[in-house]
Design a protein around this ligand. Structure first.
Ligand code: AMP
Ligand code: MG
Length: 425
């Protein structure tokens, strides 16, 4: 079993994960997906000159002398509502009542908001002047016809979906959110809600990891937990390959006598054949049954890791200790899921912070220390949690940050500047 750095392990994963093929989705199904085509506006936005206010369309010159004491009174020839066809017109000396979004009548060159008038319907008293163009939204002032409003690689959130709808798109080509199956292994694990027998604990990783998948912008499917039985683990993973773009397992990858995931997939890797360095990543893996490589990564928590491709589908075999599984997800799986959608494989957002307490860190390992951030006087400070055991979920659930200590950090005094990953809140 090889030993490698965090960066080496992540680089190997990013080289191997396949890009999801684009598909066409209806707009709302595309929320969180990544655009795979440039989208052009077929018409200008707005498509026609229209009123920015409820008020009166007028000829600006007619109201140039209007004031509180000398109002201008104009006959109102009718109403123009949003949705009316753009066929009306006015002549100098006349006004038309107009609603927000309604097409400007030909001949008018300003809109007087209703607040500057008496709101009259047969005739209107106008008490303030307005320059030509006032409160008119011009055709094309938002988007020009033919303009590209969204480029490939754009993640579609609310505002971007609104833009696509506004240029008339009902469907778009996207790289969808990856579908990720999460599977826990361990004979000692019971479903939350079920009573515990001696030696048992409630299963937590699959809930945590499925939620983390969703937080990362992918689709999470929690799969029932499997005991430490090689055939069951094998069968379950094979069953899930059909619906998964990626698989995450937890447990069974360290140095124990019954490390079921390692047992199953080491055999598979040996039979099927190729490691991450043997060929051109995803495409090559897709041809054969695949490979899974187990390694020690120089990090704490999360040393035992495994990654591979089964029939082209990435499988991340994370360690079972809950904090190890969580940190491994954030450090390796999250960037990989982004890469599969064609997004930059960014880590969690990082901020610089001042450490409030002395810390020690093992030489040669990248150390992820749970902590809490606080901000004040223009900078962040971060306080490490008291308990840092990889089984201690309590201190993870009350943390909002992971302090990242580098491989060459050993004693880090209070007051040092450290990098901090902000956990999704
Ligand atoms: P393993 O990696 O399978 O040796 O598990 C390491 C430790 O994590 C053991 O104490 C397991 O009981 C615990 N563990 C493994 N999987 C889970 C899980 N899904 N939920 C909670 N604890 C787990
Ligand atoms: Mg186990």
């Amino acid at each position: 079993m090889s030993m490698r750095t965090v960066d080496e392990h992540l680089a190997g994963i990013l080289r191997a994960v396949p890009l999801l093929p684009p598909l066409e989705l209806a707009l709302l199904e595309a929320e969180g997906a990544v655009l795979a085509e440039p989208v052009e506006a077929p018409v200008p936005l707005p498509p026609f000159d229209n009123s920015a206010m409820d008020g009166y369309a007028v000829v600006a010159a007619d109201v140039a002398a209007a004031g509180e004491t000398e109002p201008v009174v104009l006959p109102v020839i009718g109403d123009i509502a949003a949705g009316d066809p753009a066929v009306s017109a006015i002549r100098p000396g006349l006004a038309a009542r107009i609603m927000t979004g309604a097409p400007m009548p030909a001949g008018a060159d300003a809109v007087i908001p209703v607040e500057w008038t008496d709101g009259g319907t047969a005739s209107v008293r106008i008490t303030r002047p307005a320059p030509p163009g006032h409160y008119i939204r011009r055709a094309g002032e938002d988007v020009l016809a033919g303009q590209v409003v969204a480029e490939p690689g754009l993640r579609l959130r609310a505002a971007q979906l609104g833009m696509l709808a506004a240029v008339g798109r009902a469907r778009v080509m996207v790289r969808p959110r990856p579908r990720v199956v999460v599977l826990s292994t361990g004979t000692e694990l019971r479903e939350p809600g079920a009573p515990l027998a001696p030696g048992q604990i409630w299963e937590s990783n699959s809930f945590m990891l499925t939620a983390a998948v969703i937080e990362a912008g992918a689709v999470g499917y929690r799969q029932a937990t499997v005991g430490d039985e090689p055939e069951k683990v094998w069968e379950t993973v094979q069953d899930q390959l059909g619906r998964a773009d990626a698989i995450i397992t937890s447990g069974g990858v360290s140095m124990g006598a019954r490390d079921v995931v390692k047992e199953v997939f080491s055999a598979f890797g040996a039979a099927g054949g190729r490691g991450p360095d043997a060929g051109a990543g995803g495409a090559a893996g897709a041809a054969g049954p695949g490979w899974v490589e187990f390694s020690k990564v120089a990090m704490r928590p999360g040393k035992p890791q495994g990654f591979g491709l089964l029939h082209g589908t990435p499988i991340f075999t994370l360690p079972g200790n809950p904090v190890s599984a969580y940190v491994s997800f954030q450090v390796f799986v999250r960037p990989a899921l982004r890469a599969m959608q064609g997004l930059p494989p960014d880590p969690l957002p990082t901020v610089g912070a001042v450490l409030t307490e002395d810390l020690k860190s093992p030489a040669g390992l990248r150390h992820f220390v749970r902590g809490r951030l606080s901000s004040g006087r223009g900078f962040f400070s971060v306080t490490p949690a008291e308990r840092q055991g990889s089984h201690q979920l309590g201190s993870l659930s009350s943390a909002d940050a992971l302090i990242v200590l580098r491989e060459d950090d050993e004693a880090i005094p209070a007051g040092s500047h450290v990098d901090v990953l902000r956990l999704p809140s």
